[in-house]
Design a protein around this ligand. Sequence first.
Ligand code: SAH
Ligand code: F3S
Length: 438
Amino acid sequence: MAKRYFIETFGCQMNVLDSEKIAGSLQHVGMERADILSHADVIILNTCSVREKAVQKVYARLGELKHLANGREDLLIGVVGCMPQLEGESILKRAPFVNILAGPQKGHVIGDLVQRSNGNGKRIIDLRKDEDPSPLETVYIRRDNPWRAGVTISEGCNRRCTFCVVPITRGNDRARDSASIIHEAEDLIARGYVEIVLLGQTVNSYVDRVRHVNFAQLLRQLAGITGLRRIRFVSPHPSDFSDELLDVMVAFPQVCNQIHLPVQSGSTRILAKMRRGYTRERYLEIIRKIKNAPRNIAISTDIIVGFPGESEADFQDTLTLMDEVQYDSAFSFKYSPRPHTEAINFPDEISEKEKGRRLDIVQEKQKLIQYEMNASYIGKNVEVLVDGKAKSRVRLAGRMTNNKIVNFDGPEALFGRFVQVNITGFSSNSLKGNWIHS
Ligand code: SAH
Ligand code: F3S
């Protein structure tokens, strides 16, 4: 019987796509997916190290797996992705039963590593960086969703935000050949996919230097593919946001009217300490351009509170920026000091208690903004791509082009289809409505 694998994913959308590639690599060596963890012969934790909390979650899971590993000699456990790349073999001190450690560039070879380790109890560690970075081409993949597909266009990051481990774990920015991206997208559309999500750490810094294609031009070429209904991208960096990109978003309705533009802080002083490469004023100028564009574009962001030295006045700058922008959604985090980053040595640390207070204020404010925004949808008819099962009582969930979630009742036959929904209710996080039969 074929061996079975179970993958648990922590962290960002890029990790979700990496897990699909890891699954593809394991299937390539003849393995099959296990429906539940306890049925698996191989358990892979695809990890995140961007904040301490993400790392703690993985250690907590390893604590649970320890009991499983004790009773089963044949069970293989792999910890892969950003966490082993950052923490190295120290993971083995806390979890000596782990068999495989591999960094985020090794998704395509996990199948080989499992085979090498299998049967002889050999431990395999592959944390070398850049010698053989992951090919940006999709080598193996087992996609989870039959209508929305992630496509890697670049990996790594050349910026050096002082708080961030990503350049350390994922390495320098590498761009994929634009012809190969277009080829993959065409192939996906031919196989029935309707939505494509372009992924890169600073996705809009993309440039194919050989074919002279920048991000806006790539997006324009992709949007022209017949049959492609929606295209999204995460995450752009404010400093590389161009008028050309906005022009493409306006010209092509297939490009979703949503943009995630991480601000991190509303204080120019803190932004400089973070080395973000823009000021509050420059960021707001970009926001004004987006808002003035002849298309209603939803804007979301990431915010960090309690960066070293963030004064009450700096924090207030973040709050007033939120008032001004009126984000459609925001991910907010307490600053987490990370190993090997510059900011870990910065003075004027903010206490956990104060970080918590600031985070509560940011989240409360954002909740109110979203509540008011969502209220304005009552009575409107909107188009959604039906995504899956809803968490609430109503059965289905879909996404509008601006990425808002709409829950409604309907048959599962609607999965993967575009339908109209009349909005009848809302919360700060989602909308609710009635499917309009056509
Ligand atoms: N450019 C990347 C950013 C990766 S990290 C992308 O969006 O693809 C995602 C978010 O985590 C960042 O935007 C930032 O808000 C947050 N983050 C990163 N490092 C952090 C740290 N040390 N503490 C708290 N939040 C952090
Ligand atoms: Fe991290 Fe800044 Fe790059 S947040 S991924 S170093 S743009």
